[in-house]
Design a binder for this molecule. Structure first.
Ligand code: ADP
Length: 395
């Protein structure tokens, strides 16, 4: 039997990632990406059933990139005419004050996403290009915008607020919108489903290139580490995370421009800025070779995580489950072990054997000992599947 499929698009300024998904089974029929859009050194990679195809070619625009992706489908399958394509899901980083859930894209929704470009100048404009291009190529199918921030529309007011002048916060709509919501929601729901309990006090750690922590009571977010933008919070691949805002004033007074500080904090800081590499595998390699910058970067990374786990444990009034997800969370057993060993005094007991040997047949993987007071899990995130399912629910 043929099932309906959803085409999920994550459009960045110079890249476009896609997956063709069967939302019910979760099967990925194809996935891939176009990279270096806007240059004559573009590359399209298309994966079908573990076979990988790639083509190097100029990609002057997102339209050309999507056209080439369609070519890949025509050449290597699956045939888009025969997969019962029901709609598109577009990942949008910033939904701001406008969106508390997914929305079918129309003129009004498009205008609102555009209005929010101010708050996400690196992301929302690129998402709009993806939406416009896909809608031009597939005008008859529904296009749904799924927002990274929507899950956090339900944060308690005290977690959403900065202690900023009320009038200024109001006029400029400055509040904590959070990010990675699709992932935290997906993972928190999995944990609740797994335990059959909607009251657990849990912390989900999304540790990828971008990284964030979220405190949840059951399925509901109580606090999260990203703020007005995805810059706040944990130490990340190339972002500072928390930093005294006075550093900005200081650098501006020293002659840096606003854009230079923006780039410095978002792209030249974090692990990369501290030790030269943002991929955790390379950072460990450096550290194992005795690089003191890499050692300090790892210690700072871990220290920030501990701070957030500590704060959230107190905010929640205890901790039942700690869950790791995303590239580092799912793959880096050393980070997990070191962190968990520091948490022994709150009842975390990690099973080193379980931690190091992942059972890939399982969607949820327990790495704490049977008698650990706090359950520690690894739950692979799947933002594309979560987006596809939200699209189906809406259309
Ligand atoms: P994003 O979606 O934010 O780009 P991912 O969730 O895909 O990030 O995570 C990417 C990061 O995961 C890489 O930069 C790398 O640091 C880390 N990573 C992937 N595999 C491993 C591994 N085996 N060990 C340690 N870190 C890993």
């Amino acid at each position: 039997m043929r099932h309906q499929t959803i085409f999920v698009i994550n459009s960045g300024s110079s890249s476009l990632k896609y997956q063709l998904i069967e939302p019910v089974s979760g099967d990925v029929l194809a996935k891939g990406q176009a990279e270096r859009i806007g240059t004559d050194r573009g590359e399209v990679t298309h994966e079908v059933h573990a076979s990988k195809f790639s083509a190097a070619l100029p990609l002057p625009s997102h339209k050309e990139a999507l056209t080439q992706i369609i070519e890949m489908f025509a050449a290597h399958g699956p045939d888009l005419q025969h997969v019962d394509l029901s709609g598109f899901g577009h990942r949008i980083v910033q939904g701001g004050w406008h969106f508390k859930g997914p929305a079918i894209v129309n003129d009004d929704v498009r205008a609102k996403i555009e209005e929010l470009c101010d708050l996400a100048p690196l992301h929302n404009p690129a998402h709009l290009i993806g939406i416009d291009t896909a809608m031009e190529l597939w005008p008859d199918l529904p296009h749904v915008a799924v927002f990274d921030t929507a899950y956090f529309a339900g944060l308690p007011e005290k977690s959403r607020s900065y202690a900023l002048n009320k009038q200024v916060a109001h006029d400029y709509r400055i509040r904590r919108y959070g990010a990675h919501g699709t992932s935290h929601e997906f993972v928190a729901n999995k944990v609740c489903d797994y335990l059959g309990d909607d009251t657990v006090k849990q912390i989900t750690l999304h540790l990828g290139n971008g990284a964030s922590a979220c405190a949840e009571l059951g399925r509901l977010p109580m606090d999260t580490s990203m703020g007005l933008t995805p810059l706040e919070g944990l130490v990340m691949g190339s972002r500072t995370g928390d930093i005294d805002p006075a550093v900005v004033f200081h650098l501006l007074r020293k002659g840096m421009s606003v854009d230079e500080v923006d780039t410095l904090f978002n792209k030249q800081s974090g692990m990369k800025g501290m030790c030269g590499d943002n991929d955790m595998r390379d950072v460990w390699k450096r550290r194992d070779e005795g690089d003191s910058d890499a050692l300090l970067a790892l210690q700072t990374y871990q220290q920030r995580l501990l701070k957030y786990i500590g704060a959230y444990t107190f905010e929640l009034g205890g901790l039942d489950v700690l869950t790791f997800t995303a590239g580092i969370g799912e793959n880096d057993d050393r980070i997990r072990r070191r962190l968990c060993e520091k948490l022994e005094f709150i009842g975390v007991k990690i099973d080193r054997e379980r931690n190091e040997n992942r059972d890939r047949s399982k969607a949820i993987w327990r790495i704490s000992t049977d008698d650990s007071k706090v359950l520690v899990l690894v739950v692979p995130t799947n933002e594309e599947l979560a987006i596809a399912r939200q699209v189906v629910r809406l259309i």
